[in-house]
Design a protein. Structure first.
Length: 322
């Protein structure tokens, strides 16, 4: 089968063996894949958790049909239209754990479905399970113009947040955040954004920050968070190392929590999928939660899809079809 593999000379479409499901695995005939920032790093040889390096089939998000099931897989059957996340997504076939699947509603295409699994699971977990967002609270989504950021805005609004603030350093994208639920859009690259957040919250700061930036603005983020507020760190776009004001952190008594799928067990991931299904799935089915598709590329042009991502001028998801 054809797959997008990182090799000694970089990433390229090549022939690999078709996988076979065992135990709780299912075999997926992939129809569409969503691109994510972590994929871009892996095309350059960077590791993502335990994954990466020469010989790695790239990709982590897909939509397709079940072609075969392992003898310990349940809750799904051959022919089901499903979407999910996991390693080795960029190929004609991929393996997935039976608990890491969502059914594709009839009204949603494969291309649309391929945009959803990572964003739904990442941001429902960050906002609700870990961030403990409640109706009437205020939330700041940093890096809100990314695919997962746009989903976070929508979930926050769906769950009754009274004030949803989104950040983007790109004006054209920042100007569109209101379409996805932002009551206020800010630019964290310049001075004064903390004052904007404090003004919008009556001087208190937000109840919850979903921080995809971290790094160089960590101390400003602390200052924008209320006493007894919560910061959930889901990214490092601002860098992995920076100065941190421990005194301000202690004075504000902020819960600062890091989350990632890279170190989670399969049992933990299955539970996250169950929580999404049990809490917000009707909003997926009625298309209240959805992501814009910026551009669709055929699989043969996946290199162009990644070049488009690296140019960083898109809003929404980039999708490849097989």
């Amino acid at each position: 089968m054809k797959a997008y593999v990182y090799g000694a000379n970089g990433a390229a479409v090549t022939d690999v063996d078709k996988p076979a499901p065992t135990g709780p695995q299912v075999l997926i005939r992939v129809r569409a894949c969503g691109l994510n920032r972590a994929d871009l790093g892996m095309t350059k040889g960077h590791a993502h958790g335990a994954a990466g390096g020469v010989g790695t089939v790239l990709g982590m998000e897909w939509a397709g049909e079940i072609e075969a099931v392992g003898d310990e897989a349940y809750g799904c059957k051959v022919g089901d239209r499903v979407m999910g996340s996991g390693a080795a997504a960029f190929g004609e076939y991929t393996l997935a754990d039976h608990g890491r699947l969502f059914p594709i509603p009839d009204s949603i295409s494969f291309e649309e479905a391929a945009t959803l699994p990572v964003a739904l699971t990442t941001m429902h977990n960050a906002l609700i399970a870990v961030g403990k967002l409640r109706a009437g609270q205020s939330v700041l989504i940093q890096g809100a113009s990314s695919g997962v950021g746009l989903m976070a805005l929508q979930i926050a609004k769906l769950k009754g947040a009274k004030l949803v603030i989104g950040s983007s350093t790109d004006k054209s994208r920042r100007d569109r955040l209101a379409e996805f639920g932002a009551d206020l859009a800010i630019d964290t690259s310049g001075a004064g954004w903390v004052d904007q957040v404090l003004a919008a919250t009556g001087g208190a700061g937000v109840d919850l920050v979903i921080d995809q930036i971290s790094g160089t603005i960590a101390n400003q983020t602390l200052a924008a968070t209320r006493v007894l507020g919560r910061i959930v760190n889901v990214g490092r776009l601002g860098g992995t190392h920076a100065d941190f004001n421990f005194d301000l952190h202690a004075a504000r008594r902020i819960d600062y929590v890091g989350v990632t799928f890279r170190s989670r067990s399969i049992e933990e991931i299955r539970e996250i999928f169950r929580q999404v299904r049990g809490d917000i799935w009707p909003a997926v089915e009625n298309r209240k939660l959805q992501l814009p598709i910026d551009r669709v590329f055929p699989f043969a042009e996946i290199d162009k899809a990644f070049a488009h991502m690296e140019a960083n001028r898109h809003l929404g998801k980039i999708v490849v079809t097989l």
